[in-house]
Design a protein around this ligand. Structure first.
Ligand code: TYD
Length: 143
């Protein structure tokens, strides 16, 4: 699978007016491809902190820096890229089986994450070698 098919930068609609901004994110294929089962947010991470460092066998995510900025490095075992999240209207969709590292959080960073599944530690791969192994098995099965 090509990395370009495993992530997508999204731009959400802003219904703002002179009272301020209002950004809407609807699931089920309206603004993001999945039905949202879980939301969490990360803030108060120092600039030198590295978070994530895992892949998910099943869950898809959309990340939004609703305040401040951070970087997300995504890696499918063969290719990698870095996306900077720096606008409240900008989303990053990530498919399953993508390794992700989040880092360089600004001091005001609030990173909102929407997930397609409830939390299940068993679907997290937290060892990069194990991730590579599972990717290799997956591509053998698909051949
Ligand atoms: P962790 O996966 O390390 O966060 P990060 O997104 O930075 O990689 O999660 C930290 C702890 O929080 C860990 O003990 C698991 C728990 N957790 C939940 O219980 N539910 C969740 O939805 C998430 C994301 C984490």
């Amino acid at each position: 699978m090509k990395l370009k098919d495993q992530y997508k930068v999204l731009e959400f609609l802003d219904f703002g007016d002179d009272r301020g901004n209002l950004v809407v994110i609807e699931g089920d294929g309206i603004d993001i491809p999945f039905s949202i089962k879980r939301v969490f947010y990360i803030y108060g991470s120092d600039e030198e902190v590295m978070r994530g460092q895992h892949a998910n066998r099943i869950t898809e995510f959309v990340m939004v820096n609703v305040c401040g900025t951070s970087k997300v490095r995504i890696d499918n075992g063969y290719e990698s890229t870095v996306i900077e999240l720096n606008k409240p209207r900008m989303g990053l969709y990530l498919s399953s089986m993508v390794w992700k590292d989040m880092y360089e959080f600004s001091s005001d960073s609030i990173l909102l994450v929407m997930a397609s599944m409830h939390y299940d530690s068993n679907e997290y791969i937290r060892n990069y070698d194990e991730f590579k192994k599972e990717i290799a098995i997956e591509s053998e099965v698909q051949e």
